[in-house]
Design a protein around this ligand. Structure first.
Ligand code: ADP
Ligand code: MG
Length: 446
């Protein structure tokens, strides 16, 4: 019935808001009817739906209420217009209701079967699998934490996919903490906070990624805490990820972090060599499907697994580049090609040298005691090596001059600067010194 009267309302609105606004925002809406007091519209895009809700909500709503029937709210779903005959069905189907529940899109590549399991992530993987079985909730929440690129998001998406396949009856909501905040703020602004609360309390499984994001954002934290508690009380499963353990997230309220620790807290450890090798082999098989099979010389994977230790995303990027390059020039992947093609990545993931290692090596090389290198003596046989160590520290580490100064027995940064300049100057005149420095650098890099 409402759908029939919509034409009339729409025409009235035309007078009120003008032809062009009407054409842009109101005309594209399709009124799908009313169920349980909720009037549903189909909008051609989320943007149009949001815009209408924000801009014309009150005008539309007031008119709907005059239509005698009990209208409690409006809802916008997104999709192509359906043939008239089919309109009634989707309006009440799960998919239509689920629209508001849409979380972030899930990546089609993040499934359990392409997650490589090794020592560093086996516990996190096992816990994620358990949650994906959707059996009785045994730990709540599951809190996954670990550094960047270690597979937290991958595991969360895998849980969501698995649940969607096995238990389509469950409402599974995955989103980042940032999106949670965005929705919350939007709901506050649009005075739809009750809708927001109802929505989040109606899910069966809630997954919030990168929760460290809400630390310090007080009202969002507060709302998150209430949502969290309400779901736990209903025995609904919650999965959270963060870049560090709950207790280590700065500016996260203590009561939240302690609630987080009530469930199962598992960390994804940095990858080890075996895991990296396994991931490379698995990803290579995947890439071969899109690039065609490419011959990869022995030792290439081993080399990469040794050298690129930062995170899995970088490892993946390296392999991707090798495949792209090799298929372009039609050659197999050799170790030489790897060095050429990935020189930038290899450089940035070179082993980090510390000031302490530099001091030790330099002292050893010039046959002086480490305590002298750090101490006050200013004789040339000691001062010279000390300056070389200062120079190498500046060149090979990312430490600042004051930081280096502190590591050289609490010297002032100007002393370090002086030492560095002195060595730069000497290098131009003294070939022996130059060779010494190059030798030391190679020793330290290996
Ligand atoms: P995080 O969310 O922890 O920062 P992601 O889940 O986004 O990390 O992982 C980064 C990339 O590395 C993704 O492409 C993911 O598929 C891949 N990855 C991470 N760990 C693994 C693993 N164990 N097996 C397969 N791919 C992995
Ligand atoms: Mg992530």
């Amino acid at each position: 019935m409402v759908a029939d009267q919509w034409t009339g309302i729409s025409e009235e609105l035309r007078y009120e808001i003008g032809d062009s606004n009407h054409k842009n925002w109101i005309a594209p809406l399709e009124c799908l009817g009313i169920t349980d007091g909720v009037v549903r519209f189909r909008a051609p895009s989320r943007f149009v739906g949001d815009w209408v809700k924000r801009t014309y909500h009150d005008q539309i709503f007031a008119r709907l209420q005059t239509l005698a029937c009990d209208v409690s709210r409006m809802e916008f779903i997104v999709g192509d217009p359906t043939p008239r005959a089919a309109v009634a069905a989707p309006a009440t189907s799960k998919a239509a209701q689920g629209d508001d529940l849409q979380g972030a899109p899930l990546d089609g590549k993040y499934h359990f079967d392409n997650f490589v399991v090794g020592k560093p992530n086996e516990l996190a993987h096992a816990a994620a699998r358990r949650v994906a079985e959707a059996g009785p909730v045994t730990f709540n929440p599951l809190f996954l934490y670990g550094g960047v690129g270690l597979g937290k998001t991958h595991l969360m998406h895998a849980i969501a996919w698995e649940l969607k396949a096995k238990r389509p009856d469950l409402q599974v909501l995955y989103l980042s903490a940032e999106q949670f905040m965005y929705r919350f703020v939007q709901a506050l602004r649009d005075r739809e906070i009750m809708d927001f609360k109802n929505l989040f309390r109606s899910v069966d499984v809630l997954m919030v990624d990168d929760v460290q994001f809400i630390a310090g954002k007080d009202s969002t934290q507060e709302e998150f805490f209430h949502t969290f508690n309400a779901l736990v009380d209903q025995n609904k499963q919650i999965v959270i990820s963060a870049d560090r353990a709950p207790g280590e997230i700065k500016d996260l309220e203590a009561r939240i972090s302690s609630r987080m620790q009530c469930g199962l807290v598992v960390d994804l450890h940095p990858t080890n060599y075996e895991l990296r090798l396994g991931i490379l082999q698995r990803k290579a098989a995947q890439f071969a499907q899109s690039y065609g099979s490419i011959k990869i010389d022995d030792g290439v994977f081993e080399f990469l697994a040794h050298r690129i230790t930062t995170n899995v995303r970088v490892l993946e990027g390296a392999l991707q580049r090798l495949f792209a390059f090799s298929s372009l020039i039609g050659q197999e992947v050799t170790l030489d090609m790897v060095q050429d093609c990935l020189s930038d990545m290899l450089r940035s993931s070179e082993r980090r040298v510390t000031v302490e290692e530099i001091q030790r090596k330099v002292a050893e090389h010039f046959n002086i005691r480490l305590s002298d290198m750090l101490g006050p003596k200013r004789t040339r046989t000691i001062a010279r090596p000390r300056q070389i160590a200062m120079y190498l520290s500046k060149e090979m580490t990312s430490r600042s001059l004051p930081e280096i100064g502190r590591r050289f027995g609490g010297r002032d940064h100007t002393t370090i600067l002086h030492g560095v300049r002195k060595v730069v100057e000497m290098r131009t005149q003294d070939t022996q010194l130059n060779e010494d420095i190059e030798l030391l650098r190679r020793l330290l890099e290996s």
